[in-house]
Design a protein around this ligand. Sequence first.
Ligand code: HEC
Length: 148
Amino acid sequence: MIEGKRVGANQAAGIATCVLLVACGGQDLSSADPDLLNTTPSYARDVRPILRQHCESCHASYGPILNGVELDAYQSAYSNRVRVVCTAVAEDRVSDYADALRPAPRLGVERPPCDGFAIDSMPPGTQPRLTAAEQLVLLRWTATGANP
Ligand code: HEC
């Protein structure tokens, strides 16, 4: 896969594993490369290539910035991270990362994970979903501090 060249070796292996799983009809994240569960992804190295491939045609400073979501710059991706990850991952993964995916409290009241965001809605329409391994990179990124 072309994007495999732009991610770390662990992620590349995870994506490769995932491709095999998809070919066999599965999309089970827990079967993606277990090494992925120990990574601390960074925006520049791991996350940006995924966003570039799946999202930037509609959400980048050099093109349309739909809904004010600009994903080609770290600062913007960081401040939008909860809604970005919520919209891009499968519903059954959200509870595993509940704390990382809680929007800011409203009027001092803690909110449920992904509250107010349409889970698994991006990219829209018939565009391919993120692979299981790519979703895991985004989830790990938010859960480990959303580093640059
Ligand atoms: C083909 C264009 C297109 C692509 C590709 C695309 N989006 Fe979107 N996105 C939209 C449109 C249109 C909206 C506004 C309408 C809506 O919310 O459905 C939107 C809205 C959003 C929102 C705001 C939702 C909210 O509730 O605040 C987020 C976050 C988002 N997109 C993230 C992503 C991510 C992450 C990807 C890649 C995984 C992505 N988008 C790929 C078109 C796109």
